[in-house]
Design a protein around this ligand. Structure first.
Ligand SMILES: CC(C)(COP(=O)(O)OP(=O)(O)OC[C@H]1O[C@@H](n2cnc3c(N)ncnc32)[C@H](O)[C@@H]1OP(=O)(O)O)[C@@H](O)C(=O)NCCC(=O)NCCS
Length: 393
């Protein structure tokens, strides 16, 4: 749902709903002029495969607004609304993403207007909170959301990236069994074991698991186990909706990629994986709902990740891919190892500078005590892990 709504804000800027026929070409220009660096040395470019709303299209309720000055689109924002579990309460949250203002029109208040209009749209769909994710070094975004619009930083998850070796299969431990779950089984496991221990668990988990981008859910266990350990995760194929490409990278990565190309065959003789060329477009598998229980469950998580690697390596005739997971520290297994340590990833491609920010949207009375309650929660150390909805990636 995008809608048909338009409002002139200050005599110059018009905010209206995105219109495919009118805006698709202009949006490409806006996206290209706003490419976001992951840190000041890395620049990632997104190819939405001709569909500017590909990132929100899989949500139940979504919109995209554009800011126009004299018939020229100079900014945009996207958002979606869904019900989630938050601090043991069922609330509705609005997710803000894809905020862009072209460089020539920045610092004129257009970014703030777009966020406020989206918050109004969230309000009209009864959302209790708005939340968004950005990077620690995105001063403009933090200045706008945290400095000016009253958002609070509440989580700092790490994004772990593991390149897939096309055609290369990893050998899984022989004492571990892996089984694909039916959607009903996966939903039931998530509702009984994960909903109570994670924040932002989506109430419509079944629609995520049934989505066309959902590849499946797998569970891993020890074949001769009498200690009751198990682990599960689900896979989302983001490459069907958008691709990524590194446009600019740290010098060390650039040099290593070049060296790896030259010495690739030589390295493979010794069983060493060469560095993937991420300067040409690549897709990714997103792992979500990673959950582990029991002693030594870390090894089960690792085996599941390796299983996904092997699937991706044989998928699409070896198309370039990486596997991405977002974790926010602490383990949810009884194992001492944190999830991050069990998940295979390349440090050089991963980052720990993601910041999730949130803001209550309703006034005190309407929040029925939730607003004060949530302020208190933001100050406390998080007690459970974060469920990263693959539709928000
Ligand atoms: C972030 C972005 C949308 C801001 O748009 P904008 O129209 O310039 O924002 P506004 O004019 O409404 O700025 C509002 C406030 O945000 C803060 N801010 C904006 N740009 C800033 C910057 N470069 N450095 C520090 N603070 C900044 C300021 O507090 C500013 O208020 P002020 O101008 O009165 O000082 C724009 O810089 C952009 O498109 N960046 C690239 C894409 C991006 O990073 N998007 C955010 C992804 S989460």
């Amino acid at each position: 749902m995008v809608g048909h709504w338009e409002e002139e804000v200050d005599g110059e800027v018009v905010i209206r709903c995105y219109d495919d026929r009118r805006d698709i070409i202009q949006m490409d220009r806006v996206e290209k002029s706003c490419e976001i660096g992951h840190d000041d040395q890395t620049l990632l470019s997104t190819d939405s495969l001709g569909d500017p709303i590909c990132r929100i299209r899989n949500s139940l309720l979504f919109t995209m607004l554009v800011a126009e000055v004299g018939n020229k689109v100079v900014g945009s924002i996207q958002g979606s609304v869904k019900p989630v579990e938050f601090h043991d309460k069922s609330v509705r949250v609005g997710y803000v993403l894809g905020l862009r203002v072209v460089p020539q029109y920045r610092r004129r208040g257009i970014g703030s207007i777009l966020v406020r209009k989206l918050e109004e749209w969230f309000g009209s769909h009864n959302a209790d909170y708005a939340y968004m994710a950005t990077q620690k070094d995105n001063e403009a975004s933090l200045g706008l959301f945290v400095g000016k619009l009253g958002y609070n930083v509440f989580r700092n998850p790490a994004i772990l990236v593991n390149p897939v070796n096309p055609g290369g299969s990893l050998k899984l431990p022989s004492d571990i069994g892996i089984r694909m779950l039916k959607v009903k089984e996966a939903e039931s496991l998530y509702r009984t074991h994960v909903a109570a221990t994670t924040e932002f668990f989506p109430d419509d988990i079944d629609s995520i698991l049934r989505n066309r981008l959902s590849v499946g859910t797998w569970v891993a266990y020890y074949k001769n186990d009498n200690i009751g350990s198990w682990a599960m995760l689900s896979v989302w194929d983001s490459s069907k909706v958008f691709n990524l490409r590194i446009k600019k990278s740290r010098l060390s990565y650039l040099l290593l990629t070049k060296a790896s190309k030259v010495f690739g065959t030589f390295l493979s003789l010794f069983g060493i994986r060469s560095l993937p060329d991420l300067f040409t477009p690549f897709g990714f598998y997103f792992l979500y709902g990673v959950h582990a229980e029991g002693p030594l469950s870390g090894k089960l998580v690792r085996a599941l990740c390796e299983h996904v690697h092997n699937m991706a390596a044989s998928d699409d005739a070896g198309a370039r891919k990486v596997v991405v997971v977002e974790v926010d520290g602490g383990s949810n297994g009884e194992d001492d190892d944190s999830l991050g340590r069990c998940i295979p990833h390349w440090k050089m491609l991963s980052c720990d500078d993601d910041m999730w920010c949130i803001k209550p949207l309703k006034c005190e009375e309407e929040m029925n005590g939730l607003s004060e309650f949530s302020k208190m929660c933001f100050r406390l150390k998080p007690r459970s892990s974060l469920f990263v909805d693959p539709r928000d990636v």
